[in-house]
Design a protein around this ligand. Structure first.
Ligand code: ZN
Length: 162
């Protein structure tokens, strides 16, 4: 459904171009920049599906991790990285987040090394690799979920990237 880019007024049944009856600004239904397919943003509607899905998946991942008898620290790190991957890749694409994510990740490893000076470089690299793996598994799940929602009748599908 085509809407005004400025006030989201529904433009169906109006002339192809002209001033919006609601806000008075110009629209053009034949030009991609002249209108929007998005509905007015409701953060709750946009975020509810992925938060519920992440909670369910994280619970399942937790069950698997518990059976592996790993340390609590590693368990928490893997769970957080997985959940973060799911949520981030729901709203953004790799291209949009690689730089900020890379910086946060590097800062996190540096901080970890400073907080625990006994930690060797080897174990920092191992930590980074294991976390990246958990993040990528979450990213895969988040991306699949986003693509499935974009193909569905989800009201906020146009707010999600391709
Ligand atoms: Zn308008």
């Amino acid at each position: 459904m085509r809407r005004c880019r400025h006030c989201f007024y529904v433009l169906e049944g109006l002339a192809p171009a002209g001033p919006c009856p609601e806000c008075g600004r110009d629209y053009d239904v034949d030009h991609p920049d002249g209108h929007t397919l998005r509905c007015p943003l409701s953060r709750r509607a946009l975020w509810s599906p992925i938060l519920i899905w992440t909670a369910i998946f994280t619970f399942l991942v937790n069950s698997v991790l518990l059976s592996l008898a790993i340390s609590t620290t590693l368990h928490i790190m893997l769970t957080v990285a997985f959940a973060a991957g799911m949520i981030l890749w729901y709203r953004f694409t790799w291209r949009q987040i690689r730089t900020p994510l890379g910086l946060v990740f590097a800062a996190h490893l540096i901080l970890l090394g400073m907080l625990d000076p006994a930690l060797s470089l080897d174990s920092l690299i191992t930590t980074g690799l294991i976390e990246s793996l958990a993040l990528l598994v979450g990213a895969r799940a988040g991306t699949s979920f986003r693509r499935a929602l974009r193909r569905s009748h989800f009201s906020h599908r146009e707010w999600l990237p391709e």
